[in-house]
Design a binder for this molecule. Structure first.
Ligand code: SF4
Length: 697
């Protein structure tokens, strides 16, 4: 690191790569991968290496606005506080809500959660991480008793088999994918890809299982039944460390009695299934990676547990090169989980279903009115706003007018809501609905911590001055809290002070029953916080790294739970009216709704327009040629995109990137097409499947 550089963390995905950055001319920055950061060892992907071109965006919000007119901070914050306080006084605490973001740093998240759950007295705070990995959280809690990712990135280097399910890792987590390819080079690691599409990841793999949408539970139930059939179950481990094995295997055997029946149900060849099952059964060092293809489903939690069941049966968990591994979409999706950023969780991995947890958090915060039950999850929150039950809504750092499923209805809800405040970095489709706009600090200006997909805490550090009157999110939230009468509990001088309280809460009356524990950081000084080196949690006096390898789980009896799951299929089946199954996902060079990456020419070069991928058979059946402009319709809405004909798409299926918004192309948002039908356990919507009709414009 040269003297002008600071070490920080990339804000784009859950890999959490270290970046060395410094200010450059014209408000831009120069960046390079941090060779000392354990997540990436100096590498950056296309998005990360273009970070320096995103710091001087024209559309930055520079001043607070009320009703579209510039205002001063005091007036804007007074208004936010008054409208929230008035709604609470008149209609109760559940009449207000926060919708926040995996872009917020842990300290921002912490104070937002503390304000809503501890002081307003409602749990109506949810995050766009609900669209990302809520099903993994629910699956982890069911199996392990706590939201734990057992493994660390080193396991990708040490595995002999990597199963990538519902993950286009080559594009969505490129630096992790490079680790996997390095493992293949170094030790001959086999890579199996389970994905309906032939993605860039599938192009490189040893075996691609292009299963029918929504059949993952059947595939993994078949694997569990196979492991039992061929004697590959670790009986000693199962007896000593788990419960529920017999019921899970019985249901798996009933669901998937033979490889032929699995093949028929999944739309695969039985020979390929056998190959996968034999490879898994024979390979001790197996990591199964799961991401949005598993999570974004009406049965995502069951899919997660079907995967974990196979790892528990073989005792491959928390060991070198072995374990189930959820990878997240956002840099701080995990940090949000840690502070309770989801509506159904309390802070520090405590839960609403445990009255002692509610009491403990309430006492720690000295809450006047701690929330006592889970709040509205994202889909229900916007429904409630549309129905007039949410009177005041504060959106922070996210663009639900585009990214939420059934986005047309979400926009209508924002319009109908009595009062909407938005804090963000730039103007977005969502800021159009704001009664009050609050300019927030951006990457390069923000100061705090994030947690990546391997539980590694890492610092985002500022190296640019905040432009105009922009302020850090934590400061904006604390200032609003003070105006609502809660100043003493939000009198933080800097992010380090917030982090100390967060660490203290994680250790408060925690005698080891919760593995999320930052107890050794409770007294971290400002100087130590400034120089904090990336490390895994738990951060206690004991060593940290892999978790759960010893066979002790944070459940009441210390055992992991097999969850008996049954194949349920997709929420909505194709029909004569809507004959194609629409899948959505990321492009290699774009981030979320493109608010940051869209203005960078070199990131737009690869896919400059909204497109829909179609198999040649479906293109012909709909009289569409490559490059035609097509109208896409689902029962929820419509969008336009250019047709791209490709054999990578299976017949009967279509693919649209998730990114486009009205800022970059009119009527192109995938959210307008997507279904809000959600997993009953996790509340995560089925963004990967909705029946579609397509025609030429
Ligand atoms: Fe950033 Fe993710 Fe790329 Fe790393 S892999 S540089 S965290 S976008």
């Amino acid at each position: 690191m040269n003297s002008a550089e600071i070490s920080t963390t990339c804000p784009y995905c859950g890999v959490g790569c270290g970046v060395l950055a410094k200010a450059a001319a014209g408000g831009e920055a120069s960046v390079r991968g941090d060779p000392d950061h354990p997540a990436n060892r100096g590498k950056l992907c296309s998005k990360g290496s273009a970070l320096g071109e995103t710091t001087s965006l024209d559309s930055r919000l520079l001043h607070p606005e009320i009703g579209g007119k510039q205002a001063d901070w005091d007036t804007a914050l007074d208004l936010v506080a008054r409208r929230f306080s008035d709604a609470i006084a008149e209609h109760g605490p559940d009449s207000v809500a926060f919708y926040i973001s995996g872009q917020l740093l842990t300290e921002d998240y912490y104070v937002a959660n503390k304000l809503m759950k501890g002081f307003i007295g409602s749990a109506n705070i949810d995050t766009n991480s609900r669209l990302c990995m809520a099903s993994s959280v629910a699956g982890h809690r069911r199996a392990f008793g706590e939201d734990i990712v057992p493994g660390i990135y080193e396991d990708f280097n040490e595995a002999d088999l990597i199963v990538l399910t519902g993950s286009n890792t080559a594009w969505c987590h490129p630096i992790l994918y490079q680790r996997m390819l390095a493992a293949r080079q170094a030790r001959g690691t086999k890579i199996v890809v389970i994905d309906p599409r032939r993605t860039a990841t599938a192009d490189e793999c040893d075996l691609h299982l292009a299963l029918d949408p929504g059949t993952d539970v059947l595939l993994f139930n078949g694997l569990l039944a196979h492991l039992a059939r061929v004697g590959a179950v670790d009986d000693d481990y199962v007896v000593a460390h788990t419960t529920g094995f017999d019921a899970a295997v019985a249901l798996a055997q009933a669901d998937a009695p033979s490889e032929e029946q699995v093949a028929e149900g999944c739309g695969l060849k039985s020979g390929d299934i056998r190959l996968f099952y034999e490879l898994f059964a024979a390979t001790e060092r197996t990591v199964t990676v799961y991401s949005q293809g598993v999570n974004q489903s009406a049965h995502g939690t069951d899919k997660v547990n079907a995967i974990i069941n196979c790892h528990l049966a073989t005792a491959r968990i928390g060991k070198l090169g072995a374990g189930p591994f959820s990878v997240t979409g956002q840099p701080n999706a995990m940090g949000g989980r840690e502070v309770g950023g989801l509506a159904n969780q309390l802070a520090a991995h405590m839960n609403f279903d445990n009255p002692r947890d509610i009491d403990r958090v309430g006492r720690f915060w000295r809450s006047p009115d701690i929330a006592r039950r889970a709040g509205l999850k994202a889909v229900d929150m916007f429904r409630a706003a549309g129905a007039g039950r949410i009177k005041a809504l504060w959106i922070m750092g996210t663009n639900p007018a585009v990214s939420m499923p059934d986005a047309t209805r979400v926009r209508a809800a924002l319009k109908a809501c009595d009062f909407v405040a938005v804090s963000d970095v730039t103007r977005t489709d969502t800021t159009r609905f704001a009664d009050v706009l609050l300019p927030a600090a951006a990457w390069g200006e923000k100061d705090g911590t994030v947690t990546n997909s391997e539980r590694r805490l890492s610092r985002q550090r500022p190296f640019l001055a905040m432009p105009g009157e922009a302020r850090p999110d934590w400061r904006i939230i604390c200032d609003a809290a003070a105006r609502m009468g809660f100043g003493a509990a939000f009198d933080f001088g800097n992010p380090a002070a917030i982090f100390r309280e967060h660490a203290a809460l994680s250790a408060f009356e925690n005698t080891g029953e919760r593995l999320f524990d930052l107890g050794a950081l409770t007294d971290i000084s400002d100087a130590e916080y400034d120089t904090f080196e990336p490390r895994h949690w738990p951060v206690t006096k004991k060593a940290s790294g892999r978790l759960l390898g010893g066979g002790k789980f944070p459940t009441a009896d210390g055992r992991a739970r097999f969850i008996a799951v049954r194949q349920e299929g997709v929420a909505l089946a194709v029909s004569a009216e809507y004959p194609l199954a629409l899948n959505t996902g990321r492009l290699r060079d774009q981030w979320h709704t493109m608010t940051r990456t869209g203005p960078v020419p070199r990131l737009m070069a690869n896919t400059p327009e909204p497109m829909v991928d179609l198999n040649p058979l479906d293109a012909a059946a709909n009289r569409l040629a490559d490059g035609d402009l097509a109208q896409l319709s689902t029962r929820y809405g419509f969008a336009r995109a250019k047709v791209r004909i490709t054999e990578a798409q299976r017949p009967g299926q279509a693919f649209v990137p998730m990114h486009w918004s009205a800022h970059f192309a009119a009527n192109a948002g995938a959210g307008a097409l997507a279904t809000p039908i959600a997993d009953p356990q996790s509340g995560q919507p089925e963004l990967k499947n909705v029946p579609l009709r397509i025609s030429r414009e």
